[in-house]
Ligand binder design. Sequence first.
Ligand SMILES: Cc1cc2nc3c(=O)[nH]c(=O)nc-3n(C[C@H](O)[C@H](O)[C@H](O)COP(=O)(O)O)c2cc1C
Ligand SMILES: C=C(O[C@@H]1CC(C(=O)O)=C[C@@H](OP(=O)(O)O)[C@H]1O)C(=O)O
Length: 389
Amino acid sequence: MLRYLTSGESHGQSLISILDGVPANIELDFEEINKELKKRQGGYGRGGRMQIERDKINILGGVRGKKTLGGPISIEIKNKDYENWTKYMNPMEAVDLETRKVSNVRPGHADLVGCLKYDFEDARNVLERSSARETASRVAVGAICKQILKNFNVEFTSHVVNIGGVEDKNLYEFDYIKENVDTSQIRCVNKNLEEKIIERIDKAKSEGDTLGGVVEIRVKNIIPGLGSYTQFDKKIDGQLAMHLMATQAIKGVEIGIGFDVSSLAGSCVMDEISYDKNEGIKRATNRLGGIEGGMTTGEEIIIRCAMKPIPTLYKPLNSININTLESYSASIERSDNCAVPACSVVCENVVAFVICNHFLEKIGGDNLNDLKSNYNSYIKRLGERGWKR
Ligand SMILES: Cc1cc2nc3c(=O)[nH]c(=O)nc-3n(C[C@H](O)[C@H](O)[C@H](O)COP(=O)(O)O)c2cc1C
Ligand SMILES: C=C(O[C@@H]1CC(C(=O)O)=C[C@@H](OP(=O)(O)O)[C@H]1O)C(=O)O
């Protein structure tokens, strides 16, 4: 079983993750992982913090000479901003608890309920951990998973399809060309739309407001049979939704045509099956996004996630002081204005973890050679049953 934990506060020394269950002898490309981290920091609408951070991994264990050892991998990403926060955040020494205290809790954040639940008078004790800074760790973990799956040609991409209601309807049609998706800052397939989106973000910013959007993740060259219908918690769609919904600010997850299934007739939703001597078992369409009965079908996996607007507004919302219960404007912490492009990178890597976990479970093998031979024998057996790559 592949599993991971993350630890660390947004303005603490470092983010730490431990990824357990990675097979031995996987060669890691650290530059690729760092590139992914850099992508997560980008995108139009990010705030001042991203000018400070230069996210890079430091592997502390589980790897020797670039190759995995089969044991838990520990990954550190340093918070450069810590040097500005040492006197408020140091875990080992008495710290200044007053200067950065947050009492005016911010709607849309974990602040209010976190203070009630954990009995804190200072929402900083909550926000330091609930912050989406943690998504850097999830990207590092997902980037390692992608490298495991690269040995089996599995490809992951993601892009933004909607920011603040500016969207390209065409992107919702599944016959558009997905090759060479533009990876510029906004990462919209339609270049003209980028300008509109930038205008939309600037307008929201000038009004002290924020925006969310929709991101799409695609997984290509996947084999059929990852996940299982035999138990609810083995269903891969359920696991994808759980991991994606557990990502900061994600409020909805769709697979394939998603919510549209509710208003269409069955004949417009199911993907008809046929067989061709040369191409093997085929599908006429891929409306169900590559998953049936909690298992991958072998078609491209298509997932969309809705991100809510950034909850910290420069035009602050009404709230209360958690200690006096008096009405106040919510505190303004330095903040992003729109982080949808960053979110697409996060979601892509979150998906990579889930897919990799199910891949390793199905194929089995605690080292790369065993994985490869198990994989080949599965592909051979599928071939005998009429399924072709
Ligand atoms: C990549 C990314 C960056 C984010 N940046 C901010 C930010 O700068 N300011 C903010 O208020 N919320 C930001 N958020 C969202 C909050 O972390 C999130 O809404 C909050 O922790 C509450 O969690 P929930 O929305 O899942 O309920 C960001 C989310 C993501 C995915
Ligand atoms: C640090 C990151 O995002 C942060 C997520 C975040 C939040 O409330 O979620 C609030 C902001 O933190 P700060 O107050 O330090 O600027 C963002 O910058 C990051 O993505 O690496």
